[in-house]
Unconditional design. Structure first.
Length: 522
């Protein structure tokens, strides 16, 4: 049986499996009043039927004028955390990664020079938010570190306990609030990751990378949905989310556990141009309340994410139906890197391996294309010869097609089977943190960023134009040149790693076609 006969049944089987899982096996969380976890809502602009979203922070002005601040640094295997007693919050987060055999610091969150309300895990009250906490305890516990902060105000007594884990990217925040007289309502704020350059760019230090920031939240069926910074509706919120936060190209800051349901509503605020603030809001209360919340603050890596919450994998750019193939290709890339210690050469070797595996299909495709071109020439000859005799033309055409046939399917099918590999690998090469700051040769010092001098995209365009092929029609040649120019313009924004993969693949195709024509294999 031909492989084309498997495509439609396989597609229908995958579609049926997805539908059954989506409609019958996706869990949802529902409260007593019918509100489900992840259910969205649109808040009104004034107090009418629902409470408006609150983003303002009412600090005690006298507290803000004080400069008292006790900073505490916590070092773990993976990161450095800078906590402050001013607001009892996280001011700075720097990750550690091994690159080229050296430990490199990647600062992804820094509020040291910003407003207090931009610090992570700032607890805001609806009336007079306290600023100056007292550091009660700083101790090492099994598997991590623990900080305890307390503050007493006229409105309430507050205790915040941070647990920072040694071996995984998890921070737990335990909150205890005792109102004194009136009821209070609390909000917990934390910002988005924003990867900053570790070296000067255009003469400036601490420069933000232009990596897209998105909001991420679970929907009513538990799946994770994304909204880019430009498309976030600031009037929109989520009821009772169990997963809520933000991401950039390589990192995630998200609430992953809220067993005591501190978060009754969650919504966003935008500060500056790229700072997305996630806001977790409690319901009003007038008795002592205690909650424990867990957060993931870390990179988009399968192993690191699974250690905290498997749902985090849905934030990966290569998640979806091609996720297994993407993960396999990433494992192969890491394996090759272990031998050559350079991701550029690892990409080249992997491209060679992929093309060797697909070589029989590529040869068949080239043979089918040549057969179709030869057939088209014969049909054109018949049209000219019998242009005044339609009956004979039709008879000769049918006889020719019956004898030799067309190979349209045989020519297209091998190319179609290569598309899943291309899409899966393109996601890996464009979004994997392993390629961040990974050098190749010469001017390419970051395979995750576009080629700074556009050398690789230009070579891609030239390779498409200069390919030896069987197209001799000037109109078709013109279309090939136009296509090459369009692809050149598009590839200017591709990462250098993806451009390298495309370029090597095109060069191998040129070599294959040259050999086939030289030895008349096609």
């Amino acid at each position: 049986m031909e492989i084309k006969n498997f495509i439609l049944p396989l597609f229908l089987a995958l579609l049926t499996t997805w539908a059954i899982q989506y409609w019958f096996f996706t869990p949802s969380t529902q409260s007593g009043d019918g509100v489900q976890s992840g259910q969205t809502f649109i808040a009104p602009q004034s107090k009418m039927e629902a409470q408006p979203l609150t983003r303002e922070v009412d600090f005690n002005d006298q507290d803000l004028e004080k400069n008292e601040d006790v900073e505490t640094v916590i070092e773990t295997d993976n990161a450095t955390y800078l906590f402050s007693s001013r607001g009892a919050c996280l001011k700075q987060l720097t990750f550690k990664r091994i690159m080229n055999g050296q430990v490199v610091a990647l600062p992804t969150f820094d509020a040291t020079q910003r407003d207090l309300k931009e610090c992570a895990f700032l607890l805001v009250l609806d009336k007079k938010t306290p600023v100056h906490y007292q550091l009660i305890q700083n101790k090492v516990i099994a598997g991590g570190h623990q900080l305890t902060y307390r503050v007493q105000t006229e409105l309430a007594d507050i205790e915040k306990i941070f647990t920072v884990y040694q071996a995984r990217y998890q921070v737990d925040v335990k909150i205890r609030i005792t109102p004194h007289h009136d009821s209070v309502q609390a909000r917990l704020l934390f910002g988005s990751p924003a990867l900053r350059e570790t070296e000067p760019v255009n003469g400036k230090n601490n420069t933000l990378r232009e990596d897209a920031i998105s909001g991420i939240a679970n929907n009513q069926r538990g799946s994770i949905e994304k909204a880019t910074l430009a498309n976030i509706d600031l009037h929109k919120g989520w009821f009772l989310p169990t997963f809520f936060g933000s991401e950039d190209r390589y990192f995630v800051h998200a609430l992953v556990a809220d067993p005591q349901s501190f978060t009754q509503r969650a919504y966003y605020d935008i500060h500056g141009h790229q700072e997305l603030i996630s806001i977790l809001e409690s319901s009003p209360f007038n008795t002592t309340k205690e909650w424990s919340l867990s957060f993931y603050l870390g990179p988009k890596e399968d192993q690191a994410m699974n250690a905290v919450d498997p749902r985090l994998e849905q934030t990966l750019e290569h998640s979806g139906i091609l996720a297994p193939l993407s993960r396999f290709l990433l494992l192969v890339l890491k394996y090759l890197y272990g031998f050559v210690h350079n991701y550029g050469w690892a990409i080249i070797i992997m491209t060679l391996l992929i093309n060797l595996i697909l070589l029989p299909l590529n040869i068949k495709s080239a043979q089918s294309m040549k057969k179709n071109v030869d057939m088209q020439k014969k049909l054109t000859y018949l049209q000219h010869r019998y242009k005044d005799d339609p009956d004979t033309l039709n008879r000769e055409r049918n006889a020719l097609l019956s004898k030799d046939g067309m190979a349209m399917v045989g020519g297209c099918l091998p190319k179609l089977l290569q598309l899943p590999i291309f899409f899966a690998l393109s996601r890996v090469l464009s979004s994997s943190i392993e390629l961040y700051k990974a050098p190749f040769i010469g001017w390419i010092q970051d395979l995750s960023a576009p080629d700074p001098y556009y050398v690789l995209p230009t070579l891609i365009g030239l390779s498409l134009i200069l390919q030896p092929n069987v197209i001799t029609d000037p109109k078709q040649r013109f279309m090939m040149i136009a296509l090459a120019l369009v692809f050149w313009a598009v590839s200017l924004k591709f990462s250098a790693g993806l451009c390298l993969y495309i370029l090597v693949g095109l060069l191998l195709n040129v070599i294959q076609m040259f050999v086939q024509q030289k030895f008349n294999w096609a």
